[in-house]
Write a protein that binds this ligand. Structure first.
Ligand code: HEM
Length: 155
């Protein structure tokens, strides 16, 4: 099989695992299991970083895709997918930055002598976090179509 196809198959599996950890992470947050929530989101974020690094290597060693043979629909699906990836990255980054501000609060430490979280921080964290997780799931959904197109063109 073409090495680029191997790369993109591994990438979609990586994104699937990211989605699983992100959704589990939301579940933990809703149950108040914040240590597990943080751990799940950390693993998801590390998997995204691993993909970004591997993508740089892919472009360097295997080159870019030849999009001149793609249909207009395929290109549109790719562009929409990229928008959701951006949503995932921006939402996840903002959530992470706001999440760091929650670390010293009693919501995370469970110590009543620690300060209460700032409501604005909490609100931004939740909204950005949800946007990031939704972005990841939609990016994965669109990626299925992109990969299917790649396989159909290859065989
Ligand atoms: C330093 C890392 C993080 C910490 C300490 C943290 C902490 C928290 C806490 C304390 C809550 C519960 C808020 C409440 O009880 O109202 C929460 C909720 C949430 N967090 Fe995080 N978080 C972190 C990272 C992230 C990341 C990276 C994301 C997303 C990419 C994320 C997404 C969410 C979401 C979506 C919720 C709301 C769940 C819901 O009620 O629907 N968090 N987080």
């Amino acid at each position: 099989m073409d090495l680029k196809l191997v790369f993109w198959t591994a990438a979609i599996l990586d994104l699937l695992v990211v989605c699983v950890f992100a959704i589990r992470g939301v579940g933990y947050a809703r149950r108040g299991e914040i240590a597990r929530h943080k751990q799940s989101m950390k693993i998801g974020s590390l998997l995204i970083c691993a993909f970004l690094v591997s993508y740089v290597f892919k472009v360097f060693f295997l080159g870019r895709e030849d999009m001149s043979v793609w249909t207009t629909l395929d290109v549109w699906v790719l562009r929409i997918h990229e928008m959701f990836v951006l949503q995932m990255l921006l939402g996840g980054s903002v959530a992470w930055i706001q999440g760091r501000k929650l670390l010293a609060t009693r919501l995370v430490t469970h110590d009543p002598t620690d300060p209460m979280p700032h409501p604005k921080t909490l609100q931004i964290h939740k909204i950005a976090g949800r946007a990031g997780v939704i972005g990841a799931v939609l990016a994965f959904t669109m990626a299925i179509g992109i990969l299917l197109g790649m396989f159909l063109r290859a065989f």
